[in-house]
Ligand binder design. Structure first.
Ligand SMILES: CC(C)(COP(=O)(O)OP(=O)(O)OC[C@H]1O[C@@H](n2cnc3c(N)ncnc32)[C@H](O)[C@@H]1OP(=O)(O)O)[C@@H](O)C(=O)NCCC(=O)NCCS
Length: 113
């Protein structure tokens, strides 16, 4: 079952960061988690909130073989954060490219909409 879920961390009653993830499936390795977004409010960065959110996502990964996500190549602080959390970059080593289909291309020629 695919479920899209948020995890929020609170400081008092204020949401200070969140992770958005869903379960996915790899034909190579089976059940996986995809993390769509990880965000910490600027004033709370560098205090362990991102690490705490990520460890909550990892805690949900029981039975999964991978946590996958993308990060923009110019976002060096985030790349460095992920590398400090035992993540590794598969772009060059495995030759992955991110591709997308959107807009009109999503409509099937037989669609009635
Ligand atoms: C990336 C982000 C989630 C990190 O969250 P954070 O709360 O600032 O990170 P933490 O304070 O939990 O850092 C935890 C660890 O990462 C390390 N780290 C954090 N930022 C780092 C950086 N720029 N360079 C190197 N290490 C870094 C810390 O040193 C710490 O290591 P330690 O556990 O060994 O002490 C946060 O900066 C953010 O929301 N950025 C903007 C949104 C964004 O770009 N998200 C990613 C989109 S893919």
């Amino acid at each position: 079952k695919l479920a899209q879920t948020d995890i929020f961390l609170l400081s008092g009653h204020t949401k200070i960061g969140y992770a958005l993830y869903f379960y996915a499936y790899s034909s190579w390795s089976g059940r996986a988690i995809y993390m769509e977004e990880l965000y910490v409010m600027p004033e709370f960065r560098g205090t362990g909130v991102g690490k705490a959110l990520m460890s909550k996502v990892l805690g949900l990964a029981a039975g999964c073989h991978q946590l996958n996500f993308t990060v923009l190549n110019w976002n060096k602080p985030s790349v460095d954060f992920y590398l400090s959390q035992s993540c590794f970059d598969i772009t060059a080593t495995m030759g992955y490219h991110c591709l997308r289909c959107e807009g009109e291309a999503l409509k099937s020629p037989n669609s009635t909409e």
